[in-house]
Write a protein that binds this ligand. Structure first.
Ligand code: TYD
Ligand code: MG
Length: 434
């Protein structure tokens, strides 16, 4: 245990800043407003996630694993904004100026009009920002390297990270610049991760991906000036990050169409439809307690789908080892994936490959029903755009039934199970065996 003493300044508690106890002005809710002024980067995938560009005077946190591409993304955005005549300051606490220059040259951005500094002291950074014309965008890479004179602890500790972030948030509000803080997600308890500043910034984006795949997803998890749950899709190439305009095609690229256990889920990420392959492998278990391994989906959701298949549809699946994988390293959180997961499981169990041109979506209830989900029309249109011919789902509203796809609406999960199992090589239900 190490005591950290915060005596005054931005990180100071109530001890040093006495309130005067005077009443504040109350104003009616129905007052004048102005819409937030934004700086648009022109990188469409990034602008979508921020809700239409960086908001002036706001602070935005970009979190992600080390090496995922945060610095690359922000250097590219900095260059894009500078190209639009904005004043951009990039403060690197991790790399020397020469290293940042080298990276910029490799990205073909060597000539970009971005101002650089390699600095980690907050007071010096604040003084630098006040010196000269006011910037439109300030990038701090990364918040964990900063330290302020006000706090008596090592850079990267919770107090340092929080105090530095607070100081920079004030600069954003005061100067009207958009401030972007980079934060490494860390598993090491010594170093404070981006979560400790999430509550004080206006927007939080996470940059995700898997080092074995080239694509990266920028995901909004908090946004005071726009919708969250939007994603931007990029691919990491030798020329830096490139936007992926048609992510569904990317995620389905390597699909093994004739293999049993693969189902295409028509999902939604924010306002954008996305087709994703779900792979299941069901194998007889040599163990007393069968294995369940899930990548990219919720473990307890899988247990629920298995229990419904077992109890409501009479499928004997519980004694098997079950592996479920969302292809491409993507993570799905929508309950609408239930039906696609069930289809992949039954397909693997019976050895019956699903039609390669079919997509699935629908939520499964504990009673074994298939519940309709939102955005049916968007999902159908995306499937049609990518050449799919048929859809299995719950009941659709008339408004959603607009495409020329062949739609099968299941009220009960058992109906879909019988249909898939009828193609299969193995009986799955007790009735079929007796
Ligand atoms: P970086 O932006 O430094 O990650 P972060 O700031 O999140 O730690 O990205 C580092 C990785 O990106 C590195 O492993 C190499 C890869 N990379 C490319 O594949 N192409 C490129 O053009 C660049 C600049 C990096
Ligand atoms: Mg970096």
């Amino acid at each position: 245990m190490v005591e950290e003493i915060v005596d005054s300044g931005v990180g100071a508690g109530p001890k040093s800043a006495k309130s005067n106890g005077k009443p504040t002005n109350l104003v009616p809710l129905s007052g004048e407003t102005e819409s937030a002024a934004r700086v648009i980067t022109g990188i469409a995938e990034l602008d979508r996630v921020t809700g239409g560009g960086f908001v002036k005077g706001s602070t935005l946190l970009v979190g992600g694993d080390p090496g995922i591409g945060k610095s690359t993304l922000l250097l590219q955005s900095a260059a894009a904004l500078a190209g639009r005549g904005k004043r951009v300051i990039y403060v690197s606490g991790e790399e020397a100026v020469a290293q940042v220059r080298l990276r910029a040259q490799r990205l073909g951005l060597g000539e970009a009009d971005v101002m650089l500094a390699a600095e980690t002291n907050v007071e010096i950074i604040l003084a630098t920002l006040e010196n000269g014309p006011p910037p439109d965008l300030v990038i701090i890479d990364s918040i964990q390297t900063l330290w302020t004179d006000r706090v008596d602890s090592a850079p990267g500790t919770v107090t340092q990270v929080r105090t530095s972030a607070q100081a920079l948030t004030r600069v954003a509000k005061k100067s009207g610049a958009a401030v972007v803080l980079v934060g490494h997600v860390t598993k090491d308890g010594q170093i404070a991760g981006p979560r400790v500043v999430e509550h004080m910034v206006d927007a939080v984006l996470y940059f995700e991906g898997d080092s074995s795949h080239t694509f990266r997803i920028l995901r909004g998890v908090k946004n005071r000036y726009g919708a969250t749950d939007e994603i931007g899709v990029f691919a990491m190439t030798e020329r830096g990050l490139e936007q992926v305009a048609n992510p569904s095609a990317l995620f389905l690229d390597q699909r093994d169409q004739d293999a049993a256990g693969s189902a295409v889920f028509a999902g939604m990420e924010g306002t954008r439809p996305l087709l994703i392959e779900i792979q299941a492998l069901v194998a007889p278990s040599p163990l007393g307690t069968p294995r369940r391994a899930v990548v990219g989906w919720d473990n307890s959701r899988l247990s629920m789908v298995l229990a419904v298949l077992e109890t409501r549809c009479g499928v004997r699946i519980g004694a098997n080892d079950i592996y479920l994988n969302v292809a491409g390293g993507l993570k799905i959180s929508e309950p609408a994936a239930d039906l696609a997961v069930a289809a992949a499981l039954i397909s693997s169990l019976t050895g019956a490959a699903l039609p390669p041109d079919a997509v699935f979506f629908g939520e499964i209830s504990l009673a074994g029903g298939v519940r309709p989900v939102v955005h049916g029309a968007l999902r159908l249109r995306e499937a049609q755009k990518l050449g799919f011919k048929s859809v299995a789902t719950g009941r659709l509203s008339a408004a959603d039934r607009t495409t020329g796809l062949e739609v099968t609406e299941y009220g009960q999960l058992a109906e879909m199970v019988s249909r898939i199992a009828a193609q299969g090589k193995m009986p799955v239900r007790e009735e079929d065996v007796w």
